[in-house]
Design a protein around this ligand. Structure first.
Ligand SMILES: Cc1cc2nc3c(=O)[nH]c(=O)nc-3n(C[C@H](O)[C@H](O)[C@H](O)COP(=O)(O)OP(=O)(O)OC[C@H]3O[C@@H](n4cnc5c(N)ncnc54)[C@H](O)[C@@H]3O)c2cc1C
Length: 384
């Protein structure tokens, strides 16, 4: 049982409540366990199922050209509560195609976005390099203009959906200026000669993840996405939309951990009562509830700010991601503790959540990077 009262908050419109209810029923009917025998096949099937269920259409702009961040957050929160891999499959369709939604030409949009929404093309976002993760502007992969197109050399790493994606949105140095000023974005089909996406990376919560290598990879001029030399800004604008949704996924993991821990505390005998009768347990539960509620407020405030007043929400998205991911780690750790030995046993939900939450504090801007964004915005108000 998970708290649904937040759906009455004024951040939501009339469409959001049925969306959350319908997805809840869909998850109960369609999602199975998260320890598949064949990870790639399972993830492909999840993308197909999410597409067939109509959920992936929220990853691409609606008829009015809008991405509704509150819907993205509600969907990620709900999926993450049921299955980390379903959330992953959903999130990457949005992040991987996000720069096309925001900056693509009409031809690029129609070539990719309908297929992404149907779950027929798997998307990926290729920004990180072996020598530049948080410091995106230091990237070294080059896209040199030659013969009316571009030739790409270099490598990207930690690319989610690497190896199963049908296309990658790639960021590479085109040399218009130094650092962040000389980067452009490209759309790269996975079967492009000169791209090797076969080197996999294994992580504590398995999902398809790879290093990509580019050797003399030729791209036509039409592969350029958005404005030449504005790739850094395009990447940041894409992350601005999806950063809040990482907070939403963390919130979903935290809600699941709180639910599991509460049920366990109520049934586990301790002395003459249960674990739930113990004041130390109650104090833990109170802290977990506080963490979940504050995360939800920050996540949906950030999403609302972008959707309704339509304001840039970098500060609020950073607050939401920082707090929701850090506090979900703490909620899940408390849940594991309340489960005792069972909490670290393979196959138990809180053990899986314990592994799943960790990367969210690192990717799409590590917690420290969010603190930089928040402090800069705060100081700018005083310096203005
Ligand atoms: C599971 C997973 C999935 C990923 N998926 C993708 C993907 O799909 N596409 C993609 O492009 N990348 C992806 N990444 C990469 C991810 O975005 C990077 O790992 C992240 O940006 C951090 O970069 P790094 O690993 O190089 O760490 P570094 O940049 O070396 O940073 C190491 C640590 O230094 C600290 N730090 C960093 N910056 C600062 C700062 N300004 N001030 C103080 N401390 C700081 C942080 O604690 C950080 O964790 C993924 C990573 C993981 C783990």
């Amino acid at each position: 049982m998970s708290d649904r009262a937040f759906l009455e908050w004024p951040f939501f419109g009339d469409d959001h409540r049925p969306l959350a209810d319908d997805l809840e029923s869909w998850c109960a009917a369609n999602l199975t366990g998260d320890e598949p025998a064949d990870l790639d096949e399972h993830c492909r099937a999840l993308v197909g199922a999410l597409g067939a269920g109509g959920w992936l259409r929220h990853c691409v702009p609606d008829e009015a050209g809008r991405l509704d961040v509150r819907s993205l957050c509600l969907i990620r929160e709900t999926l993450a509560r049921h299955s980390g891999l379903a959330d992953f499959a959903f999130a990457m369709q949005g992040l991987g195609s996000g720069a096309i939604s925001l900056f693509g030409t009409d031809e690029q949009k129609s070539a990719y976005l309908p297929a992404v929404a149907r779950g027929e093309k798997i998307a990926a976002f290729a920004l990180t390099e072996p020598k530049s993760g948080s410091d995106v502007a230091a990237m070294e992969t080059t896209a040199e203009e030659r013969d009316g197109g571009f030739v790409v050399d270099g490598a990207k790493t930690y690319i989610s959906n690497g190896g199963i994606a049908d296309f990658y949105v790639l960021f590479a140095r085109t040399g218009e200026g130094p650092g962040s000023k000389g980067i452009s974005a490209f759309i790269v089909d996975a079967d492009t000669p000169g791209l090797d996406d076969s080197e996999r990376i294994e992580v504590i919560a398995p999902h398809p993840l790879a290093t990509l290598r580019f050797t003399g990879m030729r791209l036509p001029a039409s592969a350029l996405l958005g404005e030449r030399g504005r790739g850094f800004a395009h990447a940041m604008a894409t992350l601005d939309v999806f950063r809040t949704t990482v907070g939403a996924a963390a919130l979903g993991f935290a809600r699941r951990a709180l639910d599991e821990a509460t049920k366990r505390a109520l049934e586990r005998r301790l002395g003459t009562g249960t674990l739930a009768d113990n004041p130390i347990t109650q104090s833990k539960l109170a802290e977990m509830v506080l963490d979940v509620e504050t995360s939800a407020l920050l996540v949906y405030r950030a999403a609302w700010l972008r959707d309704v007043p339509g304001r840039r929400n970098s500060r609020e998205a950073a607050l939401a991601k920082l707090h929701a991911t850090d506090s979900a780690q703490s909620v899940i750790d408390k849940a594991v503790q309340m489960f005792g030995g069972l909490g670290v046993t393979r196959g138990v939900a809180v053990e899986r959540l314990y592994r799943e939450i960790r990367a969210l504090r690192i990717y799409e801007g590590a917690s420290e990077v969010q603190k930089v964004v928040i402090a800069r915005a705060h100081l700018a108000e005083y310096r203005a």
